[in-house]
Design a protein around this ligand. Structure first.
Ligand code: GRG
Length: 310
């Protein structure tokens, strides 16, 4: 057991036991999709897509989809529905695509990701751009799979499009790059974090609820929860960039400050950023009051955001 920064105890073994089959299901689905090569697809493109998706990611977002589905359906196990696994896989594809594009020279210009060369370094820049394009399209293909009831697939696709599009992740990334080197305010940092990072965690929690066909007001609670977790996640990410070690974080650290990035530590300092992250997780945990034991995986994942070192 480890004690997290909100004082909650995370039963690591229990969480690992819950996570292992979730990860296995999602990775099997991802591997199956990537193996089902379009006959027209060049093998180097397929290899690069595989490199982007299977490179040691934590699979936090698919875990959130599964945990939210379990909590929203008030079941003791993750509901074994195609909509749950497909939503989890689709969001991970989008996440992997966003990292590939984020690392490009025109964006964050990073050489190392997840402890190995970024995709444009291992392959080349134009391949990295096309890998992102292909993964984003594949994500929607996975969501509109015929195994998923049409109305659920439509709801999932609509949610994903809204959260990642020009009012979501794209907007956050745009603002982030635009703000580089500028004088920033806490409000601007929040606007960036909410769209750039929290939108995808919000999407993961919302889609978990949608996958079990939850009512709109339940989806809204899970969206709010995902937003809080996303804000905590990015706050911790900013702290890791300030105080983390390259070997642990798996990418260059100290880069945000050098690049004049709009981060929370830059405006309020590291200690206050930690307090802010803690507060977001506390609010998120409060939203799960009344959900009983079926929400335990979600509670533990929330607390893990504060203890993560990568
Ligand atoms: C339309 C989705 C989309 C993207 C286009 C490039 C871009 C616009 C957005 C970049 C968004 C981005 C990379 C935000 C940072 C989020 C973040 C803190 C990622 C790290 O997530 P982890 O730690 O990564 O879960 P792993 O490696 O564990 O999967």
């Amino acid at each position: 057991m480890i004690e997290d920064m909100v004082g909650a105890v995370v039963p690591v073994d229990r969480l690992r036991g819950w996570l292992a089959p979730v990860r296995q299901r999602v990775e099997a689905l991802l591997a199956g999709r990537l193996a089902r090569r379009d006959t027209q697809a060049p093998s180097r493109l397929c290899d690069a897509m595989h490199y982007a998706v299977f490179s040691g990611g934590k699979r936090m977002r698919p875990a959130l989809v599964a945990a939210a589905a379990q909590a929203a359906s008030r079941q003791e196990h993750v509901p074994d529905l195609p909509a749950v696994w497909h939503a989890a896989a689709a969001i991970e594809l989008i996440h992997c695509f966003s990292l590939v594009h984020d690392d490009l020279p025109a964006m964050d210009d990073d050489d190392v990701r997840r402890g190995r060369p970024t995709l444009h370094r291992a392959f080349d820049e134009w391949t990295a751009i096309l890998v992102g394009d292909a993964l984003s399209v594949l994500a929607f293909e996975v969501l509109v799979d015929s195994d998923i009831p049409c109305h659920v697939g439509m709801r999932l696709a609509r949610q994903l499009a809204a959260d990642i599009g020009w009012g979501g992740v794209v907007a956050g990334q745009y603002r982030d790059i635009q703000a580089q080197g500028q004088k920033v305010t806490t409000e601007l940092v929040y606007a960036i974090h909410s769209a750039k990072t929290a939108a995808l965690l919000r999407c993961a929690c919302s889609c978990g609820a949608i996958a079990v066909d939850a009512a709109d007001d339940t989806v809204r609670v899970f969206a709010r929860l995902g937003e809080e977790l996303g804000l905590a996640f990015q706050a911790v990410d900013d702290v890791l960039d300030e105080v983390g070690a390259v070997e642990q974080v798996g990418k260059r650290v100290g880069k945000d400050r050098l690049a004049g990035k709009a981060t929370l530590p830059a405006v309020v300092g590291v200690d206050a950023t930690v307090r802010i992250a803690r507060e977001h997780v506390r609010v998120a945990l409060g939203l799960l009051d009344g959900y009983g034991d079926c929400a335990d995986p979600l509670r533990h994942l929330a607390s893990c955001i504060l203890t993560r070192s990568a």
